[in-house]
Ligand binder design. Structure first.
Ligand code: FNR
Length: 345
């Protein structure tokens, strides 16, 4: 019999899969890239490598934080780690808070490092984590970076979630005391310029805006609740496209932006790059393929994304992922309205 914490991890995995088609609305579909017929480039001149601070990624997309802490999570992490190694993808793990209640959960995290000794592995904890907790998980994984998730919407919907969100000074202290890069990330509700400004003001250099459009933790936690109903929050937050526009406005100095939330094709990866993302995280879409269609289906899909991305950069005349920010685009519909009202274009 698994612990309540492990049970919650299993429910997240199964509800993220069950609800994905119902909640998935890709904001990036409202963005039209302007085609140029004379790119004056050859495929062999293109590299898709990118960097986020000290992290050098051979591929601009990576496996974003999902799980750890139960037997199902062990299996998911194991399979994702095999593919991360095969395709040299960075991989973030789900929140490791569970190992501080349930030491048996450690192996569902450490298995990822055992399988992929040289890959980029990113640990994940809540923004309220202590320095000791952060050091423990970084050491357990020999992690290359730490993600701190900020998830007020999710916590407030959960009946037993956090109710105190004084996080900034703890984030600042963790950044100042840890040796690895720290990424501050949302969990699918997006960010606005004010949030990004607050994070920059305490020295955060890597920000994952994780916007609405893919996995929806309002819907997931609402489904887990027995006594309360929060389904009116299913559209809460900024979409991934809106958050990237907000970030373009706010970004200062050496801050780098990571995109995630609803990414489900190589074209989405490119669009996020055009909007200024240095790298792109994919969670729900890969999880769905793995759970519904199996390991081979996800293997094939990642292979396809890696083969397609250099061709898309060639089509756009970009020698590198970072050059995508020079590409013109127009917005349609609701996203255009949002951008105009917020003075983002
Ligand atoms: C997540 N996500 C997440 N994020 C985080 O920082 N810590 C975590 O523990 C988890 N757990 C988790 C479990 C499952 C099953 C999923 C699908 C997702 C959120 C994830 O990293 C990402 O920010 C959002 O899911 C949005 O991206 P997608 O899923 O739309 O690609």
């Amino acid at each position: 019999m698994e612990s309540n914490h492990a049970q919650r991890k299993n429910e997240h995995l199964s509800l993220a899969t069950k609800l994905y088609d119902q909640v998935h609305t890709n904001s990036l579909d409202s963005m039209q890239i302007i085609h140029h017929s004379l790119p004056e480039i050859a495929l062999k001149e293109v590299t898709t490598a990118t960097s986020c601070g000290r992290l050098n990624f051979t591929s601009p997309f990576f496996i974003e934080a999902m799980t750890g802490g139960s037997q199902n999570a062990y299996q998911v992490n194991q399979e994702l780690a095999i593919l991360a190694k095969k395709y040299q993808l960075a991989m973030a793990l789900g929140s490791a808070s569970i190992i501080f209640h349930d030491p048996a959960a450690r192996k569902s995290f450490s298995v990822v490092r055992e399988i992929n000794p040289d890959g980029i592995i990113i640990a994940n904890l809540s923004a309220k984590a202590s320095l000791e907790q952060a050091r423990t998980i970084i050491e357990l994984l020999n992690a290359d970076a730490l993600e701190l998730h900020i998830n007020t919407t999710q916590e407030l919907i959960m009946n037993d979630g956090d109710r105190d969100f004084h996080w900034l000074s703890n984030i600042e202290s963790l950044i100042n005391h840890l040796d690895v890069p720290v990424i501050v990330k949302e969990v699918g509700f997006g960010m606005n310029t004010a949030t990004i400004n607050q994070l920059q003001s305490i020295g955060v250099q890597l920000i994952n805006i994780s916007g609405r459009g893919g996995t929806n933790f309002a819907a997931i936690e609402d489904r887990r609740n027995r006594h309360t109903n929060f389904n009116f929050l299913n559209d809460w937050g900024q979409t991934t496209l809106e958050s990237l526009l907000e970030a373009r406005q706010a970004r200062k100095g050496t801050t780098q932006i990571i995109a995630s939330g609803g990414i489900c094709s190589p074209l989405d990866v490119v669009k996020a790059g055009i909007l200024g993302a240095n790298a792109v995280g994919v969670a729900g879409y890969f999880l769905n393929l793995l759970i519904r269609d199996g390991f081979d289906a996800l293997d094939k899909e990642i292979n396809n994304w890696q083969a397609t991305l250099p061709r898309l950069l060639t089509l756009l005349g970009c020698r590198s992922f970072n050059e995508l920010t020079t590409i013109d685009f127009v917005l349609h519909g609701k996203e255009l309205e949002y951008a105009q009202q917020r003075h983002l274009i």
